[in-house]
Design a protein around this ligand. Structure first.
Ligand code: ASP
Length: 344
């Protein structure tokens, strides 16, 4: 095939599809362009009932602290990779987010954590899945990227590597929190009632997974990075791995585009959501806002998936579309002002 014909096919395949009639309006369309900066999310699925009046200010304070930590690194000339890791670690250490300390429980009442990190200008990536003794899975994902020959490590093998690399380990009980155990009990009860043909129908609780965290950053040298960390979905079955550690599904960075996702992982895997957004900008020349909107409000929404992404391109454009009731999201640019929203 002649190169020009091949280029035409690639562009046609990546062209925006018309949004379906019931597509919700794009969110947060207008954002200032960041000369450099970081965009952060604390998960889709958040509702007005997700946090108590006492928890909400604590959650917001942690979120702003994570933005400020990323800003301090970038302002000092540090790398986008350092910034996204530092921000994600702060949220992993906070029990109000579904990552690290606050991870949700599996059906077996244990915690299995997933994380991934990617550097755009080198296409280097590292990911871990199903770990339950690593305090900060994002740091282990970075170690896989930088200190192994591999991209992804899982379970016991990943933890063996963590010990060899002197990554901080904790007792699995470190991840046990009362609020996540209550969510598990409720999810199991909802599942039992839904399966009973004579029982009262229950709607799935939208808060069953909220709190996954992710960051994308652009540094002063124009380098992009993406990082995502999660406990996954409440009541997930043994061994289930979501989209977060799958490069191109929940986490992706190229020289021109970085994406971190949150939502129904199975949909993000099937549609390679993060990679699909970057391909539309990298190959088809679509703007970031249009690429992110057409993927989230198009294929994800049309096929019944819920969630959203944060994304950033190498010119500092920000796009954060989601089709859930809420998605905790925010950003910081050179002026150091932190912006955060949870709902539309
Ligand atoms: N995407 C995550 C997963 O499927 C969950 C989330 O983002 O809330 O594991």
């Amino acid at each position: 095939m002649r190169p020009i014909a091949l280029l035409f096919l690639v562009v046609a395949a990546c062209a925006p599809t018309a949004p379906p009639a019931n597509t919700p309006a794009p969110t947060d369309v207008e954002h200032p362009r960041l000369e450099w900066g970081m965009v952060l999310h604390g998960g889709a699925g958040v509702t007005r009932a997700s946090y108590s009046a006492a928890e909400l200010p604590l959650m917001e304070a942690a979120f702003h602290a994570a933005l400020r930590a990323g800003h301090a690194i970038l302002a000092g000339g540090g790398s986008s990779l350092d910034a996204v890791e530092a921000a994600v670690r702060i949220l992993e250490d906070d029990s109000l987010f579904n990552a690290g300390k606050g991870s949700v429980f599996t059906n077996d009442s244990i915690n299995e954590l997933d994380a991934a990190i990617m550097e755009g200008h080198t296409y280097r990536a590292g990911a871990v899945a199903g770990v339950h003794r690593v305090k900060n899975p994002i740091t282990l994902a970075r170690a896989v990227m930088e200190r192994s020959k591999h991209v992804m490590m899982i379970g016991d093998g990943a933890e063996r590597f963590a010990v060899e690399q002197r990554i901080e380990m904790v007792d699995p009980g470190y991840f046990h929190t009362g609020r996540r155990m209550r969510s598990l009990r409720k999810a199991i009860e909802d599942e039992r009632r839904a399966a009973n043909p004579n029982g009262t129908a229950v709607l799935p609780d939208p808060t069953w997974r909220f709190g996954t965290v992710g960051a994308v950053a652009l540094d002063k040298q124009g380098r992009l990075a993406a990082a995502t960390s999660t406990g996954g979905m409440t009541n997930k079955r043994y061994g289930r791995v979501g989209d977060v550690p799958i490069i191109g599904a929940g986490t992706y960075a190229s020289p021109a585009c970085a994406v971190s996702a949150t939502g129904d992982g199975e949909y993000f895997i099937r549609w390679s959501i993060a990679h699909s957004i970057c391909t539309r900008t990298d190959l088809a020349g679509q703007s970031l806002a249009s690429a992110a909107d057409s993927v989230i409000m198009g294929v994800l929404h049309r096929t019944g998936g819920t969630g959203g992404v944060i994304s950033l391109d190498n010119r500092g454009h920000v796009a954060m579309p989601f089709n859930a009731e809420g998605m905790t999201r925010g950003y910081v640019g050179p002026d150091g002002q932190t912006w955060m929203r949870m709902f539309r």
